[in-house]
Write a protein that binds this ligand. Structure first.
Ligand code: SF4
Length: 192
C-alpha cells in the first residue's frame, strides 16, 4: 500500500513539475525558514507582492527569535500589504515559537504545509491528518527527499490554477487520473 502510494506520488510530482516548471522560483528565500514565512504570507496574495514585502522583512527579521521580539502590532504593520495580516502574524509568531522551542518539524529539512498543501494532500489521498505538523509527517514519509522543497510550490501552483478550494477544475487537471477525489470519478465536487 505504502509502495503504491509512493509510486502514485512520484507520478504526481513528475506531472506537476512538467505543468509548473517555474514553480520553485516564485517566492524569494535564502533558507528553509524564510521559505516557510514567505509561504505563510502567500495565502490569498500574489507571489510578486510577497517578494516585495519579504525584501525588507528578511532584512529586519533574520532568525526565528526576531519574530518573537516584536509585538504582534509591529509585525502586522510589516506584513500588512499581503492581506489577512492579523492571521498571518499569528501564524508566523506561532511558527517562530515552535522553531525556537525546537518542536517544529522540518524547518531545515522538511515539507512546508500551508492551506494549499493541506487541501491538495487530502484530495490526492496523501494524508488524512488535520494539523500541519501531522500532515508534514505523512508527507516526509512518502515524498523523495530531493523533492521536499519543490513539493509545496507545486501544490501551491496547482492549487491556485486548477485544484482551487471551490469548484476545482478536475477536467483540466494533469493529475486527474491519479487523484481519488476527481469529480469525474466520484461525481461529487471536492470541497475543502
Ligand atoms: S482531479 Fe480535481 S481534486 Fe484531484 S487534484 Fe485534480 S483538480 Fe484537484
Amino acid at each position: 500500500m505504502a509502495i503504491e502510494l509512493r509510486q502514485r506520488l512520484r507520478k504526481i510530482i513528475r506531472l506537476l513539475k512538467r505543468a509548473y516548471p517555474d514553480a520553485k522560483c516564485s517566492l524569494n528565500h535564502s533558507n528553509a525558514f524564510e521559505l516557510l514565512i514567505a509561504t505563510i504570507l502567500s495565502a490569498q496574495c500574489t507571489d510578486a507582492r510577497v517578494n516585495i514585502v519579504t525584501q525588507d522583512l528578511f532584512r529586519k527579521y533574520r532568525k526565528p527569535e526576531d519574530y518573537l521580539k516584536v509585538s504582534p502590532k509591529e509585525l502586522e504593520r510589516d506584513i500588512r500589504t499581503t492581506g489577512f495580516f492579523r492571521n498571518k502574524t499569528k501564524s508566523i509568531q506561532g511558527t517562530a515559537a515552535n522553531v525556537v522551542m525546537g518542536n517544529a518539524f522540518g524547518i531545515s529539512s522538511g515539507v512546508v504545509v500551508d492551506t494549499h498543501v493541506t487541501r491538495l494532500s487530502h484530495r490526492l489521498g496523501l494524508s488524512t491528518q488535520k494539523t500541519a505538523e501531522k500532515i508534514e509527517q505523512d508527507l516526509i514519509a512518502i515524498i523523495p527527499k530531493k523533492d521536499w522543497v519543490i513539493f509545496p510550490h507545486l501544490m501551491i501552483a496547482h492549487g491556485r490554477a486548477i485544484c482551487r478550494a471551490r469548484n476545482p477544475l478536475c477536467a483540466e487537471c494533469v493529475v486527474e487520473k491519479l487523484c481519488p477525489s476527481s469529480y469525474l470519478k466520484t461525481g461529487v465536487m471536492p470541497g475543502m
